[in-house]
Design a protein around this ligand. Sequence first.
Ligand code: OAD
Length: 246
Amino acid sequence: MDNNKKTRLVVLSGAGISAESGIQTFRGGDGLWDNVPFEEICSPIGWAKSPKRVTEFYNARRAQLAEVKPNEAHLILASMQDDYDVRIITQNVDNLHERAGSKHVLHIHGELTKVRPLDCYTSKDGFSTEYVQDIGYRPVEIGEVGGPNLKQLRPHVVFFGEEVPNLSKAARLVQQADILLIIGTSMQVYPAAGLCNYAQDGCDIYMIDPSETPASAVLGVNHIKNVATEGMKEFRDMLNKMTHTI
Ligand code: OAD
């Protein structure tokens, strides 16, 4: 079926969808930022203090990404493309949605498998991706440079305090959603957490997360209180039943 005629399912995913693949979340007791302060790693100040520490942190995460696989939640979402026009907005820097087969994935916090020279992809060049490089799963070294001015390569990840260049694209997608699914995100990081406010009247909102989040309190949000793999099965079955009874 032509994508224009399918119900548009927009997904806002976070670290929780990849937890069952073996990737640590950021918060919740034993998350990445519970053990290392994010300011030391994921901020311009952290980078200025120690580019080596930041580079090594992301090298380790990139190496881990090579070892893990998409889980059932990523796979179910990809299979739903047969029946729905699925658009994924992810806060995750992993590539598990793509590896599961999802075709429309918008990364709003960057991508682990990419790096860029320090002076490129800024507001000055209109966030041009010209010098963003795909490096796969290999480590980056301090002293490794790129771009027109041969500047140090840094992770292609949005640091706290930096602009989120894909935000307006993401907001437009949410505005066009018939169904919005929020999965595996604590909804604590703005501006990403504010994206659900762009949903139009009549958009059905679902959330899959084993914990309460600020979104669970919002009236009308259908909270499937389960882990991503089980929750995705429930969600898919729920939508199938609704389609059959219309
Ligand atoms: P968090 O670590 O803040 O939240 C993870 C959410 O996943 C929590 O609500 C958990 O309850 C839920 N969760 C845990 N295990 C789960 C499972 N098996 N299935 C489903 N849900 C599960 O992660 P994010 O909300 O993604 O930014 O964090 C947002 C941003 O903060 C990240 O993109 C990252 C971080 O700093 C950058 O790196 C720029």
